[in-house]
Design a protein around this ligand. Sequence first.
Ligand code: FAD
Length: 296
Amino acid sequence: VNQEPPGLRGQVPLAPYTTFRIGGPARWLVEPEDQTQFAAALRWALAGGVPYFVMGGGANVLVHDTGFDGLVIVTRRLDRVSIDGDRVAAECGVMVDDLVDRCLEHGLTGLEFAAGLPGSVGGAIFMNARAYGGEFAGVVEQVDALVISAGSVTEHSLEGSGLGYSYKKSVFQKGAAYVRRVLLRLKPGDQEQGVRTAVENRRKRRDAGQFAFPNAGCIFKNNYGLGRPTGSIIDSLGLKGAREGGARVFEKHANFIVNTGTATAGDVHRLIQMIEGKVEQELGIRLDREIVLLGF
Ligand SMILES: Cc1cc2nc3c(=O)[nH]c(=O)nc-3n(C[C@H](O)[C@H](O)[C@H](O)COP(=O)(O)OP(=O)(O)OC[C@H]3O[C@@H](n4cnc5c(N)ncnc54)[C@H](O)[C@@H]3O)c2cc1C
């Protein structure tokens, strides 16, 4: 029998689950309370042929205005952390910014680069999130994953070296494995200095206006082969401030699109396509999207 996951809800608006504050409803949504429920929700979707999507902090997704005709599994209640020596075990739904503080409380340093980074540990592992000279690939020792193969879900431990990490890439982007829990290895270090760095990194984000409007961070990846960040490439075409409905290319950072209050996913998507078109037409450069589209 394909038993319905506990707490399953129908027609749940997704906008509040995203930092963009945009998007229509999920046909079904569930927020597993433990790892057994997480795996069970995936099994339910697989057995029923229901499309599914795993959502952490929703800080890197654009949800279609008509929503998603499938199951969204929100991981935010999977938020347990345990710390043993220099090893930190965190479930996928732990918010990265909270984890930075938990580690520092235990005198462990090395995660301060991620202070102020919106989203969950699972999402950060998926994208190999990076900031201020650090990236998740540098601190991950092991990931306990749910692996989907031939319609079944099994648990596997993947070593850090087997995660296919490079710039903003990981094996999880192939969509056949999900992060349950992460084991990080940090360093016992200067706690006060670590706290100062974390505070400073959060301040830099605030000062850059990153939290002034709902957004989803960078829309495009950088291409280091081009010698300058994608934001400056977009800016060089005079696109800062360009608008589509309620969506706007952010004046302070051209690789951000902000929701000025009334943006639809359609507005944002048109703006993305406009930027891609201009950059390709005028500079012959194909931009690589970082943002994850859901329901498109
Ligand atoms: C203001 C702002 C600033 C940002 N700055 C940065 C930055 O400096 N550096 C940076 O790298 N990013 C940045 N981002 C983007 C975002 O913070 C990261 O991509 C973050 O890691 C997304 O995590 P999430 O939990 O919100 O993922 P979500 O948006 O929920 O999901 C993103 C992808 O991860 C997948 N995913 C989520 N959980 C799991 C899981 N348990 N297992 C497998 N896959 C999973 C989803 O299926 C989806 O494909 C920024 C975003 C915002 C809003």
